[in-house]
Design a protein around this ligand. Sequence first.
Ligand code: NAD
Length: 490
Amino acid sequence: MKNQLFIDGEYVDATSGQMFDVVDPSDRSVFHRVARGGAADVDRAVQAARRAFDSGPWPRMSGTERAKVLRRMGDLIAKRTDELARIEVQDNGKPLPEAVWDIEDTAGVFHFYADLAEGLDGAETPVELGMEGFTSKAVKEPVGVAGAIIPWNFPLLMASWKVAPALAAGCCMVLKPSETTPVSALELGEIANQAGLPAGVLNIITGFGAEAGQPLTEHVGVDKLAFTGSVPTGSRIMATAARDIKTVSLELGGKSPLVVFADTPIEEAVEWIMFGIFWNQGEVCSATSRVLIEEAAYDAVMARLVEEAQKIKIGHGLEDGVLLGPLVSPSQHEKVLEWIEIGKTEARLVTGGGVPEGLEAGCYVQPTIFADVPEDARIWTEEIFGPVVCVRSFKTEEEAIRLANDSRFGLGAAVMSKDLERAERVARAFRAGIVWINCSQPTFTQAPWGGYKQSGIGRELGIWGLNNYLETKQITTWNAHKPWGWYIKA
Ligand code: NAD
């Protein structure tokens, strides 16, 4: 496991020489130490990226050439799936099958953007001007040097959502992984070198938000910032970026609703309610943490849901059959347990509500369900980011839509019904960027990802993710080969 910063194609110590501890949440032990990057390191990294962008080969290569490197990166990641997945288990806590899925997805993201890089070659859009003598076209070019700041819930996958499209576009990048899960992202440096990525195109600075993230957002050498994380940090990054008019894309938090109509088969409803909130320990920005069940089905669905939630095997991510690992860190554990205590004063706790017996040494939390949650309860309106679901009933479609949309967030939303016309109608009525019908959470690299309202600005993944890293330039030509005739008469 790497422990140094990756700058200009080399692994180097932090300028300060300092390191910080990385904790395994299954037993709170320190399993690794990595370089504690600061402003001086960010400056070195941005300068390297600047050189690579301003005078290096990467942005000047054809998309087809860049695609070869991206594809090799995807192949190298795929080859190391087991090893990288085990790093994620130790660093993040998630069960191994989920971590394997993350790494397979990460490789897939590199392959997907390799294809899109090829599509950039020769791409131009003719623009009809409606004036004789002029022709015009629009072309796409890389934005420049991008700074990427990412969270801890899908460490390497979140890195790939930014690194792969940025590199495909021809940008150079400084990546700052979360201080909570910095380990897997550092391996990307070696992978980039092995794949033949020119030095300086990708730089990785591990460190804390205030010490490494903030200087990256402030750096004048950065043209674009891509951030995934909490709303307060996103707001701060946007304010800092405003000073130099940096382009920003933000993927922030959520409190996503799942509306279940009474005609939904119970087993399907229970499966997706559970996947929507217990998968990845509920540490998912789009988790459907607010469940609305039509009154006629409420008691029956709740009964099955509680029964199944109590069967979930909780334990170490490497143990067979485990479906719920520890939360990512002691501080996240404490935060979620505090929310559960608040919930106990606001709603009816039907199952869970604490630390599972025998697992006190790790950051474990029981799958927790609150029923009959009032709309003004804090657990109904605030993001908890843990395996805690709030459920209430509704009587009419209108009421369900009103309750679903009554949030300052608008990341995900889901609806379940056998009546597909109704499902489509409700899907359209949701004020959210990602809508699922008859499921919750499946995420595809090809489809746009991002939120309405306070859940963010811009879209990642798919062609939209590539556009994040592209500028649009118009090239307009006067074809008449004579003065226009304003000052000089032809
Ligand atoms: P966070 O905002 O605390 O940290 C995210 C990143 O920002 C970290 O790398 C951190 O070091 C950095 N950071 C912190 N302060 C900074 C500053 N002042 N300047 C620059 N960088 C700074 O979020 P988190 O706790 O790591 O992640 C959880 C949050 O992320 C949740 O709110 C979740 O909803 C959100 N999230 C959103 C998506 C999405 O796609 N919309 C995906 C995953 C997570």
